[in-house]
Ligand binder design. Structure first.
Ligand SMILES: Nc1ncnc2c1ncn2[C@@H]1O[C@H](COP(=O)(O)OP(=O)(O)O)[C@@H](O)[C@H]1O
Ligand SMILES: [Mg+2]
Length: 253
């Protein structure tokens, strides 16, 4: 009301407002067209905001349900209209798969512990450079099964190395490709073992003390980095709901 009157008065012979003081509606229309509505600053030329992809990592011990939940989360993000790339670390590229095969072979202790560590890092360097970075540059979302937190937990804390030193190596391997969000799936060691009963892998081989150290490391990393920890007990659907809540609460656009 008041504004209409002010314009009416101007219309009746008041001096034109200086160019910086355009009527509010006109200014807003122009700002919207020029992209200022999103950025809060006014620009002369129109520009398009590049959609930004997000990089989400699901990590945690074997049997926690990462692979199951990566699939559910990717499907749910796709239903929301996002383009989603699923990745697995190590893996996802020809070189990554080759490294994975060497690692699986080496589980009998035939490769030296440091070789194992550096192979995981090499696979990560390949994955971030060849899969994750290009996907994010396209504006896609990436949901990744394991990433550096696994190396810090398994090859770091649980293997008796200094986790901070392993973390520095991980930073180098990531090549600047950092997750926007890490969700840790947490499950008591015994429950994880029950889920994995049919699979002969490193869980059974390394023993419960190693697995407890792995779990402690994931939880310590989560505390230090303020990553959400999701309880991984319950049905896959229930866990999926918790994962979605954790993601939604932290990645709202
Ligand atoms: N919420 C769940 N409850 C019971 N079993 C599960 C659940 N999520 C996954 N599983 C089963 O447990 C095993 C390990 O799940 P998986 O998703 O492969 O875990 P991870 O990738 O963390 O090792 C699989 O056999 C899977 O079918
Ligand atoms: Mg898995």
């Amino acid at each position: 009301m008041k504004r209409e009157r002010a314009y009416a008065i101007r219309g009746q012979g008041w001096p034109r407002p200086p160019s910086g003081a355009r009527p509010r509606e006109e200014r807003l229309r122009r700002d919207e067209r020029d992209g200022a509505a999103e950025t809060g600053c006014r620009r002369r030329r129109p520009f398009k905001l590049k959609p930004r992809g997000r990089f989400i990592v699901l990590d945690g011990p074997d049997g926690a349900g990462k692979t199951t939940q990566v699939a559910l989360l990717a499907a749910s993000l796709r239903r929301a209209g996002l383009r989603v790339v699923r990745a697995k670390d190590p893996g996802a590229t020809p070189a990554g798969r080759a490294i994975r095969r060497i690692l699986l072979h080496g589980r009998d202790g035939s490769i030296a512990p440091d070789t194992e560590l550096f192979l995981y890092l090499a696979a990560r360097a390949e994955l971030s450079a060849r899969v994750i970075a290009p996907a994010l540059a396209r504006g896609d979302w990436v949901v990744c099964d394991r990433y550096s937190p696994s190396t810090v937990a398994y090859q770091g804390a649980a293997a008796g190395r200094n986790p901070a030193a392993v973390e520095r190596l991980c930073r180098a391997a990531e090549g600047g490709v950092r997750p926007d969000l890490v969700v840790i799936l947490d499950l008591p060691v015994e429950a994880g073992l029950r889920r994995m009963r049919r699979r002969l892998d490193r869980m059974e081989r390394k023993g419960a003390a190693f697995l407890r150290a792995v779990r402690r490391s994931f939880l310590a990393q989560a505390r230090r980095n303020r990553w959400p920890v999701v309880r991984a007990d319950g049905t896959p659907k229930e866990v999926g709901q918790r994962v979605r809540t954790a993601v939604r609460g932290r990645l709202d656009r």
